[in-house]
Ligand binder design. Structure first.
Ligand SMILES: [Zn+2]
Ligand SMILES: [Zn+2]
Length: 256
């Protein structure tokens, strides 16, 4: 079994397209690349139902879509028998996390992916963002503390060691890795397309939780991109299974 459990529903021009027709090119790429199942994980801050949570202009400007339209587009693709899962990329919002979870609770998610992109309004993954304000060690410590807080609210942690994106690493990254229980880690090929040019996460972070595989595709042609490298990393870390989700219940399937 091979899954790609992280992608954003866009048309061929890279524009947001929360409709069933736009699902099809993602499925076509998946099948052509031997990916058995894909999951859509739109950013949670795109949806007006979550508007009251956002403070950063990047989020508030984008918060204009309807969550029901998005869910209906993916659910209709499911009804037509396409191998797709309904999911969302859920941002870390600190003390507001239970409130965000409550807003999302009524929807029939197959899984939720959790991400830490901002810390107190400073972006971890855009330059210079948080990096002009804080030392590398401080960013890594705060990032992983936030990831640990987010973990109980989601099923998968996205791009788990995101702070390496610009190649800035503390002397001992593993000192900041959180304890993980009941959550999966994604092996993401998106890092290969970022300045760091590596898979997320480092091998040292693997082994402590089950895995999913992820491209973080924002265009259909990136589904399953570089999965040979993701599979090689998974196997080198001792994984023989991959996590499959349905209605937020996880099971393990043989990898490959
Ligand atoms: Zn992300
Ligand atoms: Zn994403």
């Amino acid at each position: 079994m091979i899954v790609d459990y992280h992608m954003h529903l866009r048309n061929s021009r890279g524009e947001i397209a929360h409709d069933t027709a736009s699902v099809e090119p993602f499925v076509e790429t998946a099948l052509a690349r031997g990916v058995d199942e894909i999951g859509f994980t739109e950013h949670v801050y795109y949806f007006e139902q979550t508007r009251s949570l956002w403070t950063v202009p990047y989020q508030t400007e984008r918060c204009v879509r309807d969550l029901d339209d998005y869910c209906d587009a993916v659910l209709e693709a499911k009804r037509r028998g396409l191998p797709v899962k309904l999911a969302l990329e859920v941002d870390y919002v600190g003390a507001e996390q239970p409130r965000l979870a409550e807003i999302l609770d009524p929807y029939p998610w197959d899984y939720l992916v959790g991400s830490v992109h901002w810390l107190d309004g400073d972006a971890v993954d855009s330059w210079p963002g948080i990096w002009e304000r804080h030392e590398t060690d401080v960013v890594w410590r705060r990032y992983f503390a936030a990831l640990g807080e987010l973990a109980p609210f989601v099923d998968v942690l996205a791009h788990p060691d995101l702070p390496k994106i610009f190649g800035r690493r503390p002397a001992d990254p593993a000192a900041y890795y959180p304890e993980l229980d009941g959550v999966a880690l994604e092996i993401s090929t998106a890092g290969l397309r970022k300045p760091v040019g590596e898979l997320y996460p480092d091998r040292a972070l693997l082994g402590r939780a089950p895995i999913t595989l992820a491209s973080d595709a924002h265009e259909p042609h990136l589904v399953g991109e570089d999965f040979d490298q993701a599979l090689a990393l998974a196997r080198s870390a001792g994984y023989e299974t991959v996590t499959v989700f349905e209605c937020r219940r996880a099971r393990q399937e043989p990898l490959g």
